[in-house]
Design a protein around this ligand. Sequence first.
Ligand SMILES: C[S@@+](CC[C@H](N)C(=O)[O-])C[C@H]1O[C@@H](n2cnc3c(N)ncnc32)[C@H](O)[C@@H]1O
Length: 257
Amino acid sequence: MRFSVLTLFPELVESIVQTSITGRAIKSGRIELETIQIRNFAVNAYGQVDDALYGGGTGMLLRPEPVYAAWLAATGQSCPAEVVQHPELTRTIFLSPKGRVLNQALVEELAACPHLILVCGHYEGIDQRVLDAVVEEEVSIGDYVLTGGEIAAAVLIDAVSRLVPGVLPDQSAHEQESHSLGRLEQPQYTRPSSWQGQKVPDVLLSGHQARIDKFQYLSSLKDTLVKRPDLFNQLQLSAADYQELIEFACQDQNPLV
Ligand SMILES: C[S@@+](CC[C@H](N)C(=O)[O-])C[C@H]1O[C@@H](n2cnc3c(N)ncnc32)[C@H](O)[C@@H]1O
């Protein structure tokens, strides 16, 4: 899986992605991170990449020429006349507060493409014409405005990389985590079994795997109901699931709120 990031601040993306699990995935060659400095394609010797807005307004906008030249470099094509797009092999994404909001379903969709080109805006953003020419999808990491697309790109790379085979030590780990099955992961515990008077639920120490699995499933459903009722409402539960969840939630040890 290859990520090419078009940015004015490569060190910002690199410092995040080259750390911890994604950093190890780069070292082992399971993912590849390439940052392309948009300023290397400046329109003049002063390194200019932005300009004032037509029609007025505050702030500066990235000009189309440097962004387009950086995108051509990411696709390995130097001559605009030869440009061919292969969305199944390479997908160009603009990180933008106007985009489709990133969730696990979109992360899984993106992980199926072997090369993602991530375009990071800064300042007021990027001239619309170059976005229209190269971008296949706009992706937002939430309904708020960041100063630049770099942190959003790092978030996307992190989430997608977890799905690349071999990046996580246990390949099935992500399948049990929040959102993978449409619900939240159950609360988890480690040693000590008793801490500040709070005990780990007895069943988790019982060694009885079928009972543990049932407890964890119901804990996951309960957490989803309490914390994300919007997700809970989309789950396809059986009548038996509802009955067991009600009984589980009514136990003193596990109040619903
Ligand atoms: C200050 S923002 C520009 C906001 C733009 N003028 C608007 O109102 O839609 C600068 C850049 O940060 C990135 N950005 C900001 N918020 C984002 C978000 N929620 N998700 C992804 N990228 C974001 C985009 O690349 C954007 O071009």
